[in-house]
Design a protein around this ligand. Structure first.
Ligand code: SF4
Ligand code: ZN
Length: 261
């Protein structure tokens, strides 16, 4: 299996995978979404909440706030040697604010030097005059399979497109129509020829084949080559998510080999 990076921006990583299979792509997809440990608020102790929201809703909102943490420093609570929670398996937060005004994620105070709130502007609740919120919260590391608030990424893949253009079969008008009909701007007409600008943009929608019904164009796919996308929905960057995915996959393979004796 060979990987080649296409691009990475705004927490989204795209890469080409050669010499692989749908089974392997699915394994990477599922692990990257559901098995990567991510820190999220789990326990909330409400001291005061006179806002319009129920305590449970406030706690649920806190759980969805992405946290910046060092994955190497945190153990899952059940795997930690301590009995009642420690700095290796928990991160503590406090929140105290009086109305009037909105309460944002940026109002949460982290008690740990190496844990931060990723975005300050996420609204939690709103306080009127004489209303107040005060709480303590504890975050733990867990995986997306247990709860979506621990999900690291949204991952997907598609087969690598193979686009064949027969210049002789297409008239100039038909070439222009191919350019217009493609929603991904895969084609351009240059010097009278229909050129493929970038086949990696193609989503295999087949609009160029079905809408036009031209003989001079075919779109198929390579069954051993894929375009994979990892979009981080946590504070982890997609390359780290991919690296951790490979590590977990490796561990699973070792276990299977171990069972074979
Ligand atoms: S299959 Fe769809 S995305 Fe791909 S080249 Fe044709 S129209 Fe464009
Ligand atoms: Zn611990």
């Amino acid at each position: 299996m060979e990987l080649e990076k296409i691009d990475e921006e705004d927490g989204k990583l795209r890469f080409v995978v050669k010499d692989s299979s749908p089974a392997m792509m699915n394994a990477i997809r599922r692990i990257s979404m559901n098995q990567i440990p991510v820190l999220a608020i789990e326990d909330v102790g409400i001291i005061e909440n006179s806002s319009a929201l129920f305590d449970e809703i406030v706690a649920q909102r806190l759980g969805q706030i992405p946290l910046v943490f060092d994955p190497k420093k945190f153990d899952a609570r059940e795997e930690c040697d301590c009995e009642e929670g420690c700095v290796n398996c928990e991160a503590k937060f406090t929140l105290q604010k009086e109305g009037p005004g909105k309460v944002y994620s940026g109002d949460i105070v982290s008690e740990s030097d190496d844990v931060e709130i990723l975005y300050d502007g996420i609204p939690i609740t709103e306080l009127d005059e004489n209303q107040e919120i005060e709480l303590e919260a504890t975050a733990i590391v867990s995986i997306g399979e247990d709860h979506s608030k621990h999900q690291a990424a949204i991952s997907s893949y598609q087969y690598y497109p193979i686009i064949d253009v027969d210049q002789e079969e297409l008239t100039d008008d038909e070439k222009e129509e191919c350019v217009e009909v493609c929603p991904r701007n895969v084609f351009e007409v240059d010097d009278g020829k229909l050129k493929i600008v970038d086949e990696k943009r193609c989503t295999l929608c087949k609009e160029c084949v079905q809408e036009t019904d031209f003989d001079g164009i075919t779109v198929t796919s390579d069954e051993e080559k894929f375009i994979f996308k990892i979009e981080s929905v946590s504070s982890l960057n997609p390359e780290d998510i991919l690296e951790k995915t490979a590590e977990i996959l490796d561990g699973k393979a070792e276990k299977v080999i171990g069972k074979l004796g």
